[in-house]
Design a protein around this ligand. Structure first.
Ligand SMILES: *[C@@H]1O[C@H](CO)[C@@H](O)[C@H](O)[C@H]1NC(C)=O
Length: 308
């Protein structure tokens, strides 16, 4: 028979309040650079969006003057002094020197520890240079989550090569598994995985899709585009299912419609981006146990004796 003390014990485990969660976001900020950074309205919305996330992947960062990202960070860190953020950015990536983009991960310092980073190489033997923008991969430690550590693989595909590039993410998975001995891998970003760029008939050729080990969290019916006239699930989050099975908050994966959330017109929202971010939440883990270990032992022992 569970005693009242047993319930007290459960309450203790939960910290006496609902388990806090951990949000992962991916946002194609459509050509983010100097001109967006100089628009106060745009920056205010961007800060609101990014500050909801424990870690946020920004894509299409085209910050040639190297001002825009630092300005965003300053604004973000001023927004809520409780939540301080850092970032890590890839090199400028692209097939030509005239068009390049960076992947940028902005993360909350109180909940994310960056353990390692790895730029997937331009060409591997037999790989045929699959990507326009090779993934800039991060290995994270997130002590407050149930999963504790995992790997994020970002990808912004070139629309016309989307099918081939999404398929090649499977090679990245094998490479990460070999390198870091983990299958706790999440793929995220603007895959252009819809509306003509990833035809239904080609999907079985895409290993990230046909291989049952992977779970696509953002569905085909979702709309990750801002324009009323388009309805496409371009932006996706895909996980290695078994590794993340108990780590995800059910039903938490979705596009974040910042236009309706912040009461913006389509025109105002489009100044920020033509994409919505996509996001998913991780379950909180028992980080409390470590720091309260002696008390926990006493509680368990007391609960045991009072229940027998
Ligand atoms: C598509 O991929 C091929 C290599 O597989 C590359 O040569 C070509 O430039 C890519 N197309 C674009 C538009 O990036």
């Amino acid at each position: 028979m569970p005693t009242p003390l047993f319930f007290l014990f459960l309450l203790y485990l939960s910290g006496g309040r609902p388990a806090s969660v951990f949000k992962i976001c991916a946002f194609n900020v459509q050509s983010f650079g100097d001109s967006k950074a100089r628009n106060n309205e745009v920056m205010r919305t961007l800060v609101q969006i990014v500050s909801r996330c424990d870690i946020c992947l920004l894509q299409e960062v085209r910050d040639t003057k190297k001002n825009a990202v630092p300005l965003l960070m300053t604004a973000l860190n001023r927004y809520n002094s409780q939540n301080q953020y850092r970032y890590v950015a890839s090199e400028r990536l692209g097939r030509t020197s005239s068009y390049q983009e960076q992947y940028v991960f902005v993360y909350r310092t109180s909940s994310v520890i960056l353990a390692d980073q790895y730029q997937y190489p331009d060409t591997l033997p037999g790989d045929m240079d699959a990507f326009s923008r090779e993934p800039f991969i991060v290995h994270l430690y997130a002590p407050r989550t149930a999963i504790k550590e995992f790997v994020l693989v970002p990808q912004h595909t070139t629309p016309t090569n989307a099918t081939k590039e999404i398929d090649a993410l499977y090679d990245v998975f094998l490479d990460v598994k070999r390198k870091w001995k983990t299958e706790k891998v999440m793929f995220l970003g603007d895959f252009n995985a819809d509306c003509g760029y990833l035809a239904k008939k080609n999907r079985q050729k895409v290993r990230l899709y046909s291989n049952q080990a992977f779970l696509w969290l953002i569905g085909d019916k979702d709309d990750t585009t801002v324009r009323d006239s388009t309805h496409c699930a371009y932006d996706r989050i895909v996980v290695h299912e078994e590794s993340f099975a108990r780590a995800l908050v059910p039903q938490s994966a979705k596009p974040f419609n910042f236009a309706s959330e912040y009461g913006l017109t389509e025109e105002q929202a489009l100044l920020v981006s033509d994409h919505y971010p996509v996001e998913v939440e991780l379950r909180a883990g028992s980080a409390q146990i470590g720091s309260h270990y002696p008390h926990l032992i006493i509680l368990i022992v007391t609960a045991f004796f009072t229940s027998t």
